[in-house]
Design a protein around this ligand. Structure first.
Ligand SMILES: C[S@@+](CC[C@H](N)C(=O)[O-])C[C@H]1O[C@@H](n2cnc3c(N)ncnc32)[C@H](O)[C@@H]1O
Length: 263
């Protein structure tokens, strides 16, 4: 079983991962899903070092709370904020736009100090770290309870776990060592090369989230699902031939949903 802090030793490398083609597509799709974002409050569950939180800020979000279980990922994000001169102390004592909060997204958020409701809740690659069906339900429970009525869910989700190109890493990322686990679900390794140095972590996807099954979140009052269209994305349009395999069989997609009702 992966350690909850498996990202600690790779936090610095993970933060530089933005040059990998897969990540460039992800950043672009999440940007589309987050638009419009002006003056909105955002919760980024499993937000790591704040990659997509910074996109929300660029789009005008008034506040982004990044929650993560890895202290080193949070620290990497705080260091980036400092380098951007947005951290407190650099900013006339005004509160930081991005707050980094250490918490476990499989546990109730309120006792961990996250009590407010948000206009947008992101969970990018978080659901594919649920190691059991109970974890997955708890993550969706936190997403639903943190959203304001009518609020927006944005999530990067694994779609085709065994897309053919993933074994060769055509888009910079390799999935390997698939192992069935109770749930049912799959444990597998995700790796990418950065400046020739391999970076590997473990992911877990429950069958109840693969194939974009929405039975769990719909029971919690979420709905109105949309997948950000791949064919219209500027990264894909920039080189349609290169991205054709991903469009045909996407390893990941970005899903948008809405909080329709209190469950
Ligand atoms: C693949 S990384 C993605 C980081 C970020 N969302 C992004 O897209 O750049 C997955 C993140 O989820 C975090 N994570 C995994 N399980 C978690 C949990 N139970 N609670 C909070 N964070 C978790 C990891 O520490 C890691 O930072």
């Amino acid at each position: 079983m992966a350690s909850p802090t498996q990202y600690d030793p790779i936090a610095t490398q993970y933060t530089s991962y933005t040059t990998v083609p897969d990540m460039q597509l992800e950043i672009s799709l999440v940007r589309t899903a987050l638009t419009p974002c002006a003056s909105l409050t955002v919760l980024d569950l499993g937000g790591g070092s704040g990659l997509h939180a910074r996109t929300a800020v660029e789009l005008g979000a008034s506040r982004v709370d990044v929650v993560d279980i890895s202290p080193e990922m949070l620290l990497a994000g705080q260091n980036i904020e400092q380098s951007l001169h947005r951290s407190p102390g650099n900013n006339n004592n005004s509160p930081p736009v991005i707050r980094y909060i250490h918490a476990d997204a499989t546990k109730p958020l309120s006792p961990q100090g996250i009590n407010q409701k948000y206009d947008v809740v992101m969970a990018n690659w978080l659901l594919d770290h649920a190691t059991s069906l109970d974890d997955l339900r708890a993550m969706w429970g936190n997403i639903a309870s943190a959203l304001k009525p009518g609020g927006r869910f944005v999530g990067v989700r694994v779609r085709c776990l065994r897309a053919g190109y993933l074994t060769q890493g055509k888009y910079g990322v390799v999935f390997s060592d698939y192992e069935p686990i109770p749930g049912p679900g799959w444990r597998y390794k995700v790796s990418f090369q950065l400046d020739g140095v391999p970076v590997t972590f473990e992911a877990t996807s429950m069958e109840a989230t693969l194939g974009l099954d929405h039975a769990i979140p719909e029971g919690l009052g979420l709905g109105g699902w949309e997948v950000v269209p791949l064919g219209e994305d500027p990264v894909v349009r920039g080189d349609g031939e290169y991205w054709a395999d991903h469009v045909r069989e996407p390893s990941f997609v970005v899903v948008v949903g809405r909080k329709l009702s209190e469950s």
